[in-house]
Write a protein that binds this ligand. Structure first.
Ligand code: FAD
Length: 478
């Protein structure tokens, strides 16, 4: 009998990059490395990736596989069974991976580690996705922070500085699989219906696309970020969220990359603000880690009695961007067409769903989960709880975004709104966010027939706001 080939494995997960990949670099130091990717729709249960994420993942893996000379082995199923099979085929010395923080992944990885160590396989895990892992930032009494400001200022900024990025390793130890594995296409990640064709012109998933986005942002977006990030038509946001979610760029690369701009005249406040947004990402992960029920349960229990309504027709109109409120409709259509939505508009459409329509934040969270290319269990559930007011450090319940004034203030010329709601392109700015107030002759000049080619408002703003406030009063949220 011939001896089995001695190898180690790097298991790619949310770290689809070669540079600043601590687990991969360590693995490569240790000898021959088989790189693998496992699509695990088994342990993820309710947290199975949505359609837009699958589209992104397909292209990201394709890009990574090219960089690795086509040597990634793809698998679909339960990692436990896949590693059992691999250890029958090879003499597996060690398995390396970067840690993940979703409750289902933590559970799976813990079980797996125990199982593999019992088989005398060495498991080595690293931090490749966070600036500060959740258990390293705690209050003096050892409990987790629930409020962002002290978490970030006292917790993160006073903790040891994040690890500096490391170089891409030499790939000479990467080996091909001697046995059968699946091809990327076998993972069947691309949706059956070709809704994603336009997205292929908008995004370049993968490590190179991530670096390009970062450099473009640092050169043209960072200066003016603090103010400009509120305006969806401006180019002041980085659009790095999907790249960071899939680990095509690490937060460390972004953090230190941004800090390189420290000397630019007039940039100090913008830089500080941008770094604090990376802090919000860290905070979301900390919340998810310390409060693993975050995606399912209100962090503030008094919200369990909130009289959420159920109304599929209204929900469908929100999803399709047919609410009759132009800034809300623009956001929902941006999401559908591009897989992304600007942060300011996420807050507006979120507030509209839970406060004006009184629909449960779970409905919004689920829709975002399916449609966002940056759908992220930590950031999505923490942000939805923030919008609903049910989270740890949430928007107060009486903060109900007014979609009319938000539009007027943050998209005054309607550049963003008209891009996604082109049926309003000839409506003068004065009426853009309240078309029902426009006189008949103005509507007819703009070729708008309300209730026909653009909807009448789905609810009245004043009445729905009052209804929401009285519903909040009923559960005595003071
Ligand atoms: P930039 O302004 O350039 O910020 C840089 C990075 O900081 C982002 O890429 C992101 O990683 C992080 N960041 C910025 N704002 C936040 C925030 N409020 N919370 C957490 N991280 C932040 N973000 C996701 O990555 N995935 C989600 O599923 C998600 N769902 C959201 C749902 C709702 C209802 C809301 C209100 C926000 C959600 N966010 C989510 C947060 C935020 O909207 C996005 O991270 C941001 O819009 C991404 O765009 P950007 O990369 O251009 O951000």
């Amino acid at each position: 009998m011939t001896a089995k080939r001695l190898i180690s494995i790097h298991w790619f997960r949310q770290d689809l990059r070669l540079s600043d990949n601590p687990a991969l670099s360590e693995a490569i130091e240790s000898g021959d490395i088989l790189p693998i990717y496992i699509l695990d729709d088994i342990n993820s249960n309710d947290n199975k990736m949505g359609e837009a994420s699958r589209w992104w993942l397909h292209h990201s893996l394709s890009n990574l596989n090219k960089k690795l000379g086509g040597k990634i082995s793809f698998y679909n199923g339960d990692p436990k069974e896949i590693f059992n099979k691999l250890s029958e085929q090879y003499d597996v010395k060690s398995i390396y991976w970067n840690r993940c923080y979703e409750p289902w992944r933590i559970k799976r990885d813990k079980d797996l580690k125990k199982d593999l160590e019992e088989k005398n396989i060495h498991i080595e895990t690293h931090n490749g996705s966070l600036l500060w892992e959740p258990w390293t930032v705690l209050k003096n009494d050892g409990t987790p922070y629930r409020v962002f400001s002290p978490y970030y200022k006292r917790g993160c900024l006073e903790a040891p500085a994040p690890r500096e990025p490391i170089q891409e390793p030499s790939l000479s130890n990467i080996v091909s699989n001697l046995f059968d594995s699946l091809s990327l296409d076998d993972l069947d990640l691309l949706p059956d219906v070709g809704w994603y064709e336009d997205m292929e012109n908008l995004w370049s998933p993968g490590e190179d696309g991530a670096k390009e986005k970062l450099h473009k942002f640092l050169d043209y977006g960072l200066l003016g970020y603090k103010e400009g990030r509120n305006f969806p038509a401006k180019k002041n946001v980085s659009q790095l969220s999907p790249y960071m979610h899939f680990g095509e760029i690490s937060p460390n690369q972004v953090w230190y990359g941004a800090n390189m701009k420290e000397g630019v005249k007039g940039i100090a406040d913008d830089l500080k603000h941008f770094l604090s947004e990376l802090g919000w990402r860290e905070f979301s992960y900390s919340l998810l880690y310390h409060f693993p029920s975050l995606p399912k349960e209100n962090l503030q229990k008094k919200f369990d009695n909130f009289p959420w309504q159920e109304n599929k027709k209204v929900l469908d109109r929100w999803k399709k961007g047919l609410t009759g409120y132009p800034i809300v409709d623009a956001g929902m259509r941006e999401l559908w067409q591009t897989g992304y939505m600007h942060n300011r508009v996420r807050m507006i459409v979120g507030s509209f769903l839970v406060k004006n329509l009184l629909l449960h934040w779970h409905e919004g969270e689920k829709w975002f989960w399916d449609c966002l290319i940056d759908a992220d269990l930590a950031s999505n559930s923490a942000s939805w709880q923030w919008v609903a007011g049910s989270g740890a450090d949430a928007a107060p319940y009486f903060r109900i975004f007014n979609p009319i004034t938000q539009g007027v203030r943050f998209d005054p010329e309607g550049e963003y709104t008209k891009k996604y709601v082109p049926e309003l392109k000839d409506l003068p700015s004065k009426y853009l966010y309240s078309p029902w107030e426009a006189p008949d002759d103005i509507l007819s000049e703009a070729n708008i027939i309300l209730g026909d080619n653009y909807p009448k408002p789905i609810v009245g703003i004043k009445e729905s706001r009052e209804k929401a406030l009285s519903a909040f009063d009923k559960i005595r949220i003071k």
